[in-house]
Design a binder for this molecule. Structure first.
Ligand code: GRF
Length: 212
């Protein structure tokens, strides 16, 4: 059985990272946030981790011969630190096939739109909200999904939609979607570590009883 030790991968500000730590500290997520992995020496998430004594490892491509070498070392670190689950929180790099294989159905990502729309390579951060705004869709939201080798293509675990009809800029959409992210991501992580997700074909079914 996987240990209830989570590594969070983050490239940026880290508001989801901070929120997940809080939900682990208060017992809502029955797991330890044991490690922060980042590709970015200046990620805001590093500061958050350091203040809370959470170990940080930077895996930046420039420190390695190539991406394959980076992925080998990264997987070694995860194993050494007895990581059972990986949670991507604003991590901008594709997860290596070796890691996806070793952590099959144990990696989650959150995407700031309703997949499968507005996803895929290049669709991250403000690009997503700009595309959503320009398209003129009336709802947006957040999607938590399992991670496979293709950007934003894994099975969907949870989604929540909000009306954006009255919002007047991509920034305003981003702000409102982020609130939803902070709401649904801890729920999905809790379901994952409680082993309550069953993958049936492309679908994810939620099984068992809520423990809280
Ligand atoms: C979030 O919008 C998340 O959906 C996306 O990257 C952003 C990260 O924000 N994958 P933060 O660093 O957690 O504040």
């Amino acid at each position: 059985m996987a240990e209830n030790r989570i590594a969070i991968f983050a490239s940026g500000t880290g508001s989801n990272f901070k929120n997940i730590i809080e939900k682990s500290s208060d017992g809502f997520i029955p797991a330890t946030i044991a490690l922060l992995i980042t590709d970015n020496y200046t990620a805001g998430a590093i500061e958050i981790a350091k203040n809370l004594n959470i170990p940080v490892k930077v895996f930046s491509k420039k420190d390695f011969l190539n991406r394959e070498e980076l992925n080998v070392q990264l997987l070694n670190t995860l194993k050494d630190m007895r990581i059972g689950y990986i949670v991507l929180a604003g991590y901008l790099k594709l997860i290596g096939a070796n890691i996806v294989k070793a952590y099959s159905n144990k990696i989650l990502n959150i995407h700031p739109a309703l997949l499968p729309a507005f996803g895929g390579k290049g669709m991250y951060g403000s690009n997503v909200h700009a595309a959503v705004y320009q398209q003129g869709v009336k709802v947006s939201g957040a999607t938590v999904h399992l991670v496979n080798e293709i950007y934003d293509a894994g099975s969907i675990v949870l989604q929540k939609a909000i009306s954006i009809e009255n919002l007047t800029s991509p920034e305003e959409i981003a702000k409102n979607v982020l609130k939803i992210e902070h709401e649904i991501y801890p729920i999905a992580i809790k379901l994952l570590v409680e082993n309550r997700l069953r993958v049936v074909g492309k679908r994810v079914e939620i099984v068992g009883e809520d423990s809280n």
